[in-house]
Structures are given as structure tokens and as C-alpha cells.
Write a protein that binds this ligand. Structure first.
Ligand code: NAD
Length: 424
């Protein structure tokens, strides 16, 4: 029987290719020589481990775990750990490179890494997840370290898993090493301001972009896709600055109110409703896809990747897109966004507030000191605004979109560091 190629399920870019297509354009603008190009595109280290775990029913299952260090030339590598059935090496490689560029854009002294375990945490007991997390930490003992590689939470993991990781690493070292991981519970050395940090950075980026575009925030309307950590904080902080949030959504549906949604009320509803907006009455329920194409000034995709694609980009009416999520715009949609004159603040800049405050957590752990939330916010706002201004100026200088400019800023910094350090 002849082999029939299965039809693609959706217009989803391969994440590594999607990252590389932007990287290639930026590299051309910089006139990067082939040697450095080859160094930058190849991850420094890729580790795959098999973790046998005793399940609650007494059976033993083997889980595959990954850690990719894309670069550690600027400092210890930094990046989250994802627990998800879709985790694979290609994805982890792309996300690790993304972290290198993100840290370089906001000018913090970190390289990029990412990790993951192919598992479904929703089908596992807390005990099984704890054994898996401890086993992963054990097998990564030579990789992780406060001066080497510093994990953080990502999809499917949170402060609980980071606490287990910190504890297990510390036991093996014979002392408490809280700087080995960020995103910890506050009592274990987590930073104030970390929860809202990514949404706050999205707000700072959006405000800076509106200023450049001469959009008055008090007259601006905004739609936010995703009402989890990033989306809800971005919506809250933007509405506090006068922006009218007319649409919000989560995986249960999208809600629209042209007069503005009361974000405080929507947040309270979500808290009492098991974390979702399902059944929310403060706005009219609309089609989930429609949220992206509403007549608004600002669109904040803050849910999942690949939501703005060549299939819907023509219908987008927002003048400004601020990417709270990682990779919400497919590479194929980039050109059309530019042709339409939409300003898009890219993920590696707009959502870098999270890694910035993770960096502050590590700094505080190493100082053995705690900063107030005012100090955390003031310093992260400054870093985000400086990074925005640098990317904006680079876009003007090279005549590119903000996305390509962000890659230019990041690649240039990492390439220069390699050149100065040499030693090949
Ligand atoms: P989260 O799990 O707290 O929230 C995700 C939200 O998106 C939820 O409200 C969920 O219901 C909603 N959602 C899922 N699928 C959807 C869909 N198809 N349509 C509309 N809504 C949908 O996650 P988060 O931490 O807010 O992360 C959101 C995005 O931001 C991810 O891409 C993540 O990688 C990125 N990000 C997060 C951080 C951080 O600090 N949390 C930092 C950088 C980037």
C-alpha cells in the first residue's frame, strides 16, 4: 500500500524552524560571519535522561526528561522546566535558544536553557510528581547549579516543584542552596513581585509602544487572550493605567463588552470559579477566534503559541500587538503584520519581565537579603523600559520590525561576547 502523508492538523510551525527563520534575518542584517552563525545556532549541551519512577499502584514507569543549554557564554544558563506530553527535543531546543535571546535583550547576565519531562501531570498524584521531580534533579545534579544552570517553572510546574528541586539539590550538596532555582515559594526565598512580573512587563512594553504610536491610553481599547497569570495581570495593570479592556478570554471562551470589562470583578469571578471565566456574566460571550480580530487598539495574546497565523492575520484590526505568550505569532504571519503597519512588540522583549524578576530572585538569594516589592517593581520597570527603547532605536537604525530588531540586539550581544572570549 502506498504511504499517504497525513494532513497537517493545524498551521503550526516547527518551533525550532520558526525561531531560526527570525534568527537568520537578524543575522543577515548584522552581517554575522558563518563561523559565529554556526556557534550561535548550535546548542552548547543537550541531555536526555530516562527516569524510572514507582507509581502509586506499585508499577514502575520510565519517563523521558530533557535539559538543553543553548548558551552559557553570558553567564549561567536560565530557563524553565515543562511537564507536558508534547515535550520533545526540538521544542526544548527552540525554547532554550529563545531564552538566550530573551536574557540578552533585557541585558541580564544569563545564557539560555530549557528542560522538560514528557508526562501528564494532571494524571499523576502529588507523590508521583514529587518522585519524578526529585529523580530529574538527581540526574541533573552535574548540570544544575547557581553558577551553572538555573531552572524555573514553566507549563505544568510551579513553586511546589521548584521547592522539591531546591530541596533535593541542597540535600546532595549538604547545605541549603536556594539560588539553584527560581520561582520558589516566598518562604523558601522566592521574590516578591514575581507572580505579576510578566504581566507587568507586558504593561510596561504596551505603554512604551503606545507612547511611540501617540495612542492615548485613556482613549485606548484592548483585547487580552488568555486570563491566566500573564493575561490577568497584564489586563489588571493596563486597566489601572486607563486602558479600556473590552475583551478577555480563556480556554473556556471569550467575553466582550464594548463599554469595558471590570477586570477586578472578572478576576474575583475567576478565583471563585476554579480559575476559569466559564459562565462570566460581565460581558457578552463571543467566538474565541473573534477576540483576535476585534476592532481594538491593542491586542495582547497571552495564552498559547501560534494563534496569529497566516489564516487569520489578514483580519486583525489592532494597531499594536504585545506578545505576552511565547511564540503567539507564526513566522509566516510576520510579513503580513509588517505590511499592514501593525506594531508588534515581540515575546522575547514583551514577556521578559518574568525572567528579569527571576534574576532578582537569584540576586537576593545570593545576597542573603530580601527586597521590597516596590524595589523589585521599580528595577524591573527600568530594565523593561531600557530594553524597549534599545529595541525601538535598533528597529529605526536597521529599518526592521521590532521583532527582528530584538533578535539583532540579542544576537549582537551574544556574538560580541563570543568574539571577546574567543578560545575556540
Ligand atoms: P497560565 O496557565 O497561567 O494561563 C494561560 C491562560 O490561557 C489560561 O487562562 C488558559 O485558560 C488560557 N488559554 C489556554 N488555551 C487558550 C486558548 N486556546 N484560547 C484562549 N485562552 C486559552 O499560563 P501563563 O503563565 O499565564 O502563560 C501564558 C503564556 O505566557 C505562555 O505562552 C507562557 O509560555 C508565556 N509566559 C509566561 C511567563 C510567566 O511568568 N508565567 C513568562 C514568560 C512567558
Amino acid at each position: 500500500m502506498a504511504y499517504i502523508e497525513p494532513a497537517p492538523i493545524k498551521d503550526k510551525d516547527n518551533p525550532f524552524e520558526s525561531m531560526m527563520s527570525r534568527f537568520n534575518i537578524a543575522a543577515q542584517h548584522l552581517g554575522l560571519d558563518d563561523e559565529i552563525y554556526n556557534v550561535l545556532k548550535s546548542p552548547t549541551k543537550q541531555v536526555i535522561v530516562n527516569l524510572p519512577i514507582t507509581m502509586d499502584d506499585g508499577s514502575i514507569r520510565v519517563f523521558e526528561g530533557y535539559r538543553v543549554i543553548h548558551s552559557n557564554i553570558l553567564g549561567p544558563s536560565k530557563g524553565g522546566i515543562r511537564y507536558d506530553m508534547e515535550v520533545n527535543l526540538d521544542e526544548v531546543k527552540a525554547l532554550a535558544a529563545w531564552m538566550t535571546w530573551k536574557c540578552a535583550v533585557v541585558d541580564i547576565p544569563y545564557g539560555g536553557a530549557k528542560g522538560g519531562i514528557k508526562c501528564n501531570p494532571r494524571e499523576m498524584s502529588p507523590g508521583e510528581i514529587e518522585r519524578l521531580t526529585r529523580s530529574f534533579t538527581q540526574s541533573m545534579h552535574e548540570i544544575f547549579g547557581p553558577d551553572k544552570d538555573i531552572p524555573a517553572p514553566d507549563m505544568g510546574t510551579g513553586p511546589r516543584e521548584m521547592a522539591w528541586l531546591m530541596d533535593h539539590y541542597s540535600r546532595a550538596q549538604g547545605m541549603t542552596v536556594n539560588a539553584v532555582v527560581t520561582g520558589k515559594p516566598i518562604v523558601l526565598g522566592g521574590s516578591l513581585g514575581r507572580t505579576e512580573a510578566t504581566g507587568r512587563g507586558v504593561m510596561i512594553s504596551a505603554m512604551a509602544a503606545m507612547e511611540k504610536m501617540k495612542i492615548n491610553p485613556f482613549k485606548a481599547t484592548c483585547a487580552v487572550q488568555g486570563f491566566g497569570n500573564v493575561g490577568s495581570w497584564a489586563a489588571t495593570l493596563l486597566s489601572e493605567r486607563g486602558v479600556k479592556i473590552v475583551a478577555i478570554s480563556d480556554h473556556t471562551g471569550a467575553f466582550y463588552n464594548p463599554h469595558g470589562i471590570n477586570i477586578e470583578e472578572a478576576n474575583a469571578y475567576r478565583m471563585q470559579n476554579g480559575g476559569t471565566l466559564e459562565g462570566y456574566k460581565g460581558a457578552e460571550k463571543i467566538d474565541a477566534e473573534e477576540l483576535l480580530t476585534l476592532e481594538v487598539d491593542v491586542l495582547v495574546p497571552a495564552a498559547v503559541e501560534d494563534v496569529i497565523t497566516k489564516n487569520n492575520v489578514d483580519k486583525i484590526k489592532a494597531r499594536l500587538i504585545v506578545e505576552g505568550a511565547n511564540g503567539p505569532t507564526s513566522a509566516k504571519a510576520d510579513d503580513i503584520i509588517n505590511e499592514k503597519g501593525i506594531m508588534a512588540v515581540p515575546d522575547i522583549l514583551a514577556n521578559a519581565g518574568g525572567v528579569t524578576v527571576s534574576y532578582f530572585e537569584w540576586v537576593q538569594n545570593r545576597l542573603g537579603y530580601k527586597w521590597t516589592s516596590e524595589r523589585v517593581n521599580r528595577r524591573s520597570d527600568r530594565i523593561m523600559k531600557t530594553a524597549f527603547d534599545k529595541v525601538y532605536a535598533t528597529a529605526q537604525e536597521y529599518g526592521t520590525s521590532l521583532r527582528i530588531a530584538a533578535y539583532i540586539v540579542a544576537i549582537d550581544k551574544v556574538a560580541q561576547t563570543y568574539k571577546f572570549r574567543g578560545g575556540f
